[in-house]
Write a protein that binds this ligand. Structure first.
Ligand SMILES: *Cc1c(COP(=O)(O)O)cnc(C)c1O
Length: 868
């Protein structure tokens, strides 16, 4: 039945409860324990059944309950306190003010992401990338950055998971009801829905705009499920990463191009754009197009402005992880940009093509993003190194160590992932600033002041809460599946709140090897059944009682059959080995399940195939709660103090044979469990406290909490990426973009002459044998081919030689220009010395130089080296 009219009916709140509406619509409640408590207190059952959605709750709660609570003075006082806290929070923008004097600029940073994991009642995320984006916005708000988020609002969101009786993952796609979520529909001055339009082949697609307020940061999301879009276009924002390649392009066009148009329609004039992964890279095309249309720039000039102010973060360590599109599709959907830019087909496709010489290689969104950005980073130190190698071909002849891709290690939002009681404990002993204070501040020394017994009792409490949570959740899912009464009844008794609890939860992608711990059935059974308990101090008394339990959760991508097989493997193992009590799989992993697990377990297990885990963040959440990590040295863990705050599995080896790798690493895991983890956990003093364990917990809090924190991460993005990008934007666009025009013209001039530059002669003062610190004079004669000394930099490049005859970890020394000789050839000189002995290499190279260049290493421009 189609309605003749629709109404958006909002709840009518008694006057004294009116502040609840404001509180519900700002996600600040998600990381403010007091406000969360408030909603829980209003109606505990409804809070749970609404999936922690205060807006839905206010819309469905009975009028009697509202009237009743309006008379509850304690509740009213709590509302007032929460409202005041939100007010105060919104006024505080201290970090940005303190670190950026240039506030007069009215600058604005925008953050584009295909998914955002903010809170459980907004299921528009699939995993780590989304959570990271959500935490980025929360910390940007905490730091007072002038930042706005841009994304898509998915009608179906990501799926809910349940398992059939065979343990096979089933997916259900709940429909998001936007009107009952903490979302605002943006309207224009006349009060009509604000709409933008994006050109697709043969038609326009319209989208409206929803906003979710994340503290001070607005996140705007596009929704194409409106008239007069055709049914196919309705579905552009239907599912996260849904559909085939064509749908993927449709989505990415809406995100990138639609996103830029939306910002304009909303009146924003961003000065820095952050592409969180390559999905949004089409935004660069639209930005260039606007500059061409509105400022009359050429493509090259516009590209200078755009690249100067774009920031790109890559999240995958393997080439197969990038979005790739066939040429014909790119031309079909985006060819009009090529026409507008005055580029031929090949020139346009080259914007997204790697530089391996293969003209057939598909159009890569990551390459486009790199081509269109001036700051590029990976998400952990190791991932930064891997990315330099992965993208090396875009900077031909540049050693990987110099590829201009850096890293900013991910983090997590402390107030969102630390359990309520634990937050209160930290507040008490460290003061409320712990959640944003950097490392090496005296505050962190106060961790030692937390009494061992208090920290341990808190851990016991969190574990007990997890056990209750797991039991309830299992019962609920078993009932829904129509499981037998015995099975449901048995689930009331799973887990033991006093037993060492190991958590494993993440997407079930195969490289994460969720089933590695099951590799040797005999060994894992011995551990699970407590057959080795006599090895453990005090274990004799508890002989043959399970001393370890595993809590596991995670979703496989709907098309990932091997991932789903891993889930089934685990559930079959549980049943066949009779481990129902101490190995549990919790269905439907989400932010809430994650929160319970990263606080209620004791150890966080991670077994990715190095270096596939670009960063990983769940282990950071666990560490902030005082859990100890037990993990392969990959992602963030590789750069953490893994000896003091947990245990490394292996030593960061690479293997050629995955089977052999699995065997070695599974055995290392069993050894650690038997010899280190279990004994340390059960080594109790007369008060029942595992002192050494607690001391490791304190190290985890003290060392990891300040580092792997989005407060640190966002500050780093601000100072290293956003501020410089924003400055470059102002610089490039001043005086009708005069500097951009100058730079583009200079680059054309440079590129035309570049390959005619010749290194004619190099004169080195010493012979092959020199002493450490002995001075060596070098003189070079260079034919600059019509360029001048101010266009280029001539450098010596020196460093130790590797076995293949290459200079490794080279450092550059700028040579001094000494004018020209009689033949008008340029003379450069330098004086160097080697500070360490051994076989050392020396080379010479020419690089471009211009005050407006953000880096001397330009994509596509080959560095000129002296020939050996
Ligand atoms: C933190 C989190 C993730 C990311 O975990 P990884 O360890 O990075 O795989 C995924 N999903 C949810 C729900 C999370 O809370």
């Amino acid at each position: 039945m189609q309605p003749i009219r629709t109404f958006n009916v909002s709840p009518s709140l008694p006057e004294r409860l009116e502040p609840l509406r404001t509180l519900a619509y700002n996600l600040h409640w998600d990381w403010n324990v007091e406000t969360k408590d408030l909603f829980r207190r209003l109606d505990r059952d409804l809070w749970e059944s609404s999936r922690h959605n205060p807006v839905l709750m206010l819309g469905t709660i009975s009028q009697e309950r509202l009237e009743e609570m309006a008379e509850d003075e304690g509740f009213i006082a709590q509302i007032d306190r929460a409202a005041r806290q939100l007010d105060d929070y919104l006024k505080e923008r201290t970090w940005y003010r303190k670190h950026r004097e240039k506030e007069k600029h009215q600058e604005c940073f925008v953050y584009f992401s295909a998914e955002f994991g903010l809170t459980e009642c907004l299921p528009i995320y699939s995993g780590g990338l989304g959570l990271l984006a959500g935490d980025h916005l929360k910390s940007a708000s905490d730091r007072g950055l002038p930042l706005v988020g841009v994304g898509l609002l998915y009608q179906e969101g990501y799926f809910s998971q349940y398992l059939n009786a065979d343990g096979w993952q089933q997916e259900r796609y709940p429909i998001n009801d936007f009107y009952n979520m903490p979302l605002h529909l943006e309207r224009d001055a006349e009060g009509n829905e604000l709409r933008i339009e994006v050109d697709y082949p043969g038609r326009k697609v319209y989208a409206r705009v929803w906003r979710v307020q994340v503290g001070t940061v607005p996140l705007y999301m596009l929704d194409t499920n409106i008239e007069p879009n055709n049914p196919y276009d309705h579905d552009i924002t239907d599912k996260l990463y849904g559909g085939d390649l064509d749908m993927r392009i449709h989505q990415e066009m809406m995100l990138g191009i639609g996103g830029v148009r939306m910002l304009k329609a909303l009146g924003y004039e961003p000065t820095a754009y952050h592409m969180n992964e390559g999905h949004s890279a089409f935004l660069a095309l639209e930005r260039i197009s606007i500059l061409i249309r509105e400022q009359g720039l050429t493509f090259k000039e516009a590209k200078e402005v755009v690249a100067a102010s774009n920031v790109f973060t890559t999240h995958t360590p393997v080439a197969a992880g990038f979005d790739l599109f066939p040429h014909d599709k790119v031309m079909h959907y985006l060819g009009h940009y090529a026409d507008e830019f005055g580029l031929g087909r090949e020139q346009f496709l080259a914007l997204g093509r790697d530089n391996t010489g293969d003209l057939e290689s598909p159009f890569s969104m990551a390459t486009l993003a790199i081509e269109m950005a001036s700051f590029i980073n990976g998400v952990a130190k190791l991932h930064g190194e891997v990315s330099k190698v992965l993208f090396n071909n875009l900077w031909p002849k540049l050693p990987p160590s110099e590829v201009p891709i850096t890293s900013i290690t991910n983090g997590v939002h402390a107030r969102s992932c630390v359990a309520k009681y634990t937050q209160e404990l930290y507040d008490r002993y460290l003061g409320p600033k712990w959640s944003t204070t950097p490392a090496h501040y005296p505050l962190w020394e106060r961790v030692d002041a937390i009494p061992d017994d208090e920290l341990w009792r808190n851990q016991d409490l969190c574990r007990a809460e997890l056990v209750v949570f797991v039991r309830e959740r299992l019962q609920k899912y078993l009932r829904a599946r129509g499981a037998s009464f015995t099975e449901i009844d048995a689930s009331r008794e799973v887990l033991d709140p006093g037993v060492l609890t190991i958590g494993f939860a993440r997407r079930f992608a195969t490289y994460k090897r969720a089933t590695l711990f099951l590799r040797d059935l005999d060994r894992i059974k011995r551990i699970l059944l407590g057959l080795n308990n006599d090895l453990i101090p005090g274990g004799k008394t508890a002989l043959r009682k399970p001393m370890v339990q595993f809590v596991i959760a995670g979703k496989a991508h709907p098309h990932d059959i091997p991932g789903k097989e891993m889930i089934r493997h685990i559930t079959h193992f549980i049943r066949e080995q009779g481990c129902e009590k101490n190995v549990v799989f919790i269905p439907d992993y989400d932010i809430n399940v994650a929160r319970m697990m990263v606080s209620g377990c004791d150890v966080w297990l991670n077994t990715p195939r190095r270096p596939r885990e670009a960063s990983g963040t769940s282990g950071m959440k666990a560490s902030m709660n005082g859990l100890l990590n037990l993990s392969i040295l990959d992602g963030w863990w590789d750069e953490a103090d893994y000896v003091r705050t947990g245990w490394p599995i292996g030593h960061g080896e690479f293997y050629d044979d995955p089977n052999y790798q699995d065997e070695v690493e599974a055995n290392a895991l069993y050894d650690l469990l038997e010899k280190e983890v279990i004994p340390l956990f059960y080594n109790r003093d007369e008060e029942g406290i595992p002192r050494k364990w607690v001391s490791k917990m304190k190290d985890a809090i003290r060392l990891n909490c300040p580092l792997f924190n989005t407060a640190r991460m966002v500050s780093e993005y601000a100072t290293r990426a956003y501020f410089p990008a924003s400055d470059r934007y102002y610089a490039m666009s001043a005086n009708g973009c005069q500097p951009a025009k100058e730079l583009a013209a200079w680059k054309t001039h440079l590129f035309e002459r570049w390959y005619d530059i010749k290194i004619l002669d190099i004169d080195i003062s010493e012979s092959d044998d020199v002493k450490v610190n002995q001075s060596i004079n070098v003189k070079a004669l260079v034919d600059l081919a019509g360029l001048t000394d101010s266009d280029v930099e001539v450098q010596l490049y020196k460093g130790p030689m590797d076995a293949d005859g290459n200079i490794i970890n080279g450092v550059s020394v700028v040579m001094d220009y000494q004018g020209t000789d009689a033949n008008q050839q340029s003379i450069y000189t330098a004086n160097i010395a080697y500070s360490s002995s051994g076989l050392q290499g020396l080379s010479l190279r020419v690089l471009p130089k211009h005050p407006y260049l953000s880096s001397p290493f330009q994509p596509g421009l080959q560095v000129l080296w002296a020939n050996a």
